[in-house]
Design a protein around this ligand. Structure first.
Ligand SMILES: *Cc1c(COP(=O)(O)O)cnc(C)c1O
Length: 402
C-alpha cells in the first residue's frame, strides 16, 4: 500500500537532490574538516558553501550561522547562552504553547532559581501583546517565542514582540523550526537575536540543524570542546548533514513562493471539504495567521487516536497532539492552553502538507474521512452530544484511575 504522508510538521522526506549531494560525503570524502591534509581539508569549502546557502535562506551573514545536531539542541543552546551571558538577570518569558524543547527546559530552569512567565494564548491560539508588555522587566534576560506553532500552524507576530523585547534590553530567541521554508525570513531587518531551525523539517535528514546568532549578541557555547564553528559549537562537523542542509535550504528558497501557494490551496481544499461533509467539527487556531501547510481540525465526540488508527488502515499519516504519558492519553498542551472544550480537545487531528503533496492524495483523505468519523461516532457508547459525552469521559477517567 502506498503511503499518503500528511505529517510533515513531524518530519519530512529527504529530497532526492539532497540525498545526491550528500552521498559522496558518506562514501568518498569522509575526512575530518579540521585535518591538516588536503583530503580532510577539502571539506571546508563544501561546508562554507552550505553555510552561504543557509545564510541566504535566512537573510543572514555566513558568520552568524552555527550548525547544530537538531532543533532541540538549537533551542537549548540559545536559551542557555542567553542566560549565561547575563548572569545578573533571572527572568525568562516564553509561551504556554512552545515545543517541549523550550517548555521542558524552562520548567527545569525554574528549579534552578529562574522565574519563568508562560504567556497565555486565546481560543484561537494567539498571544496578547499587553500580557507580554506587562511581564517584561529590567530583570528579563530572555524572551523565547516560537515563530509558528507545530500543532496548529498559528503564526505569532514576531517583529511586534521583538520591538517590545528590545525596549527592555532582553535577548530575543525564536524557535523557527516550523517557519523556515514556509515564511520568507530576513534576519537583516529583524529584531530576532537568535533563531533555531532544523533540517529534518525542511527535507534534509535528521541529525542536522542550525542556530542563527546575530553578530554582536553575546554567546556562550552549549557544547564545550574543540574549536569547531569558531568556538561556538564543539564536535567534529557532521559534514554530510551540513552539505545536505545547504542543499535543502537552496531548494526551500527556490520553491518557497510557488510551493506555499500550492500547499495553501490544497490545505484549504481539504479543510473546506471536511467542514462541509462532516457535522460537529471545527478548525483549531486562527485561520488567517496560520502556516499554509497546516490544518488542525477537532471532531467532536470521538478520540483523535481512533481516527488516526482508521486513517492508518488507508496508509494515511496524520497526527494528534496527544502525548501518551504513563498509559493515559494526555490531550495536547497546545490545544489545552487554547481553552478548547473537552469534546474537541480529545478529537483533534493535524494534517500537515509539503511540496510533494498531490491533489489526488488530498482527495483520498476527503473521500474516507466522513465514513471514518461516522463509524466511530456510531460505535461510541455515548450519545453524540456534549453533556453525555462529558459524562462518559468522567466515567472513563474514574475507571482508569481505579
Ligand atoms: C520539530 C520541532 C522542534 C525540534 O526539532 P528536532 O530537530 O526534532 O529536535 C522544535 N521546535 C518545533 C516548533 C518543532 O516543530
Amino acid at each position: 500500500m502506498s503511503v499518503i504522508y500528511l505529517d510533515n510538521n513531524a518530519t519530512t522526506k529527504v529530497d532526492p537532490e539532497v540525498v545526491q549531494v550528500m552521498l559522496p560525503y558518506l562514501t568518498e570524502y569522509y575526512g575530518n574538516p579540521s585535518s591538516m591534509h588536503t583530503f580532510g581539508g577539502q571539506l571546508g569549502k563544501a561546508i562554507r558553501s552550505s553555510r552561504e546557502q543557509l545564510a541566504a535562506l535566512l537573510g543572514a551573514d555566513e558568520s552568524e550561522i552555527v550548525f547544530t545536531s537538531c532543533g532541540t539542541e538549537g533551542d537549548n543552546a540559545a536559551i542557555r547562552a542567553a542566560l549565561l551571558a547575563q548572569p545578573e538577570k533571572r527572568h525568562i518569558i516564553t509561551t504556554q504553547v512552545e515545543h517541549p524543547a523550550v517548555l521542558n527546559l524552562c520548567k527545569q530552569l525554574e528549579t534552578q532559581g529562574y522565574s519563568v512567565t508562560y504567556l497565555s494564548v486565546n481560543r484561537q491560539g494567539m498571544l496578547d501583546l499587553a500580557e507580554l508588555e506587562a511581564s517584561l522587566t529590567g530583570n528579563t534576560a530572555l524572551v523565547t517565542v516560537m515563530y509558528a506553532n507545530n500543532e496548529t500552524g498559528v503564526i505569532f507576530p514576531i517583529e511586534e514582540i521583538g520591538m517590545r523585547v528590545k525596549e527592555y534590553g532582553a535577548i530575543f530567541h525564536v524557535d523557527a523550526v516550523q517557519a523556515v521554508g514556509k515564511i520568507p525570513l530576513n534576519m537583516k531587518t529583524s529584531t530576532i537575536d537568535m533563531l533555531t531551525m532544523s533540517g529534518h523539517k525542511i527535507h534534509a535528514p535528521k541529525g542536522i540543524g542550525a542556530l542563527y546568532i546575530r553578530r554582536g549578541v553575546r554567546f556562550r557555547p552549549f557544547l564545550i570542546g574543540g574549536h569547531q564553528e569558531r568556538g561556538r559549537r564543539a564536535g567534529t562537523e557532521n559534514a554530510p548533514g551540513i552539505i545536505a542542509l545547504g542543499k535543502a535550504a537552496e531548494l526551500e528558497m527556490l520553491h518557497l513562493e510557488e510551493a506555499t501557494k500550492r500547499e495553501r490551496k490544497l490545505r484549504d481544499r481539504l479543510e473546506n471539504a471536511l467542514l462541509a461533509s462532516i457535522p460537529d467539527c471545527e478548525v483549531n487556531g486562527n485561520p488567517m495567521h496560520r502556516l499554509p501547510n497546516t490544518t488542525n481540525i477537532g471532531f467532536k465526540y470521538i478520540e483523535g487516536e481512533a481516527i488516526l488508527l482508521s486513517l492508518n488502515q488507508y496508509g494515511i499519516c496524520a497526527s494528534s497532539g496527544s502525548a501518551c504519558t504513563s498509559g493515559s492519553l494526555e490531550p495536547s498542551h497546545v490545544l489545552r492552553s487554547m481553552g478548547l472544550p473537552y469534546t474537541i480537545l480529545h478529537g483533534s487531528i493535524r494534517f500537515s502538507l509539503c511540496r510533494y503533496t498531490t491533489e489526488a492524495e488530498i482527495d483520498a483523505v476527503i473521500a474516507v474521512m466522513p465514513g471514518i468519523v461516522e463509524r466511530l461516532r456510531a460505535l461510541s457508547p455515548f450519545k453524540n452530544d456534549d453533556a453525555s459525552w462529558l459524562q462518559g469521559q468522567e466515567k472513563a477517567v474514574i475507571g482508569a484511575r481505579g
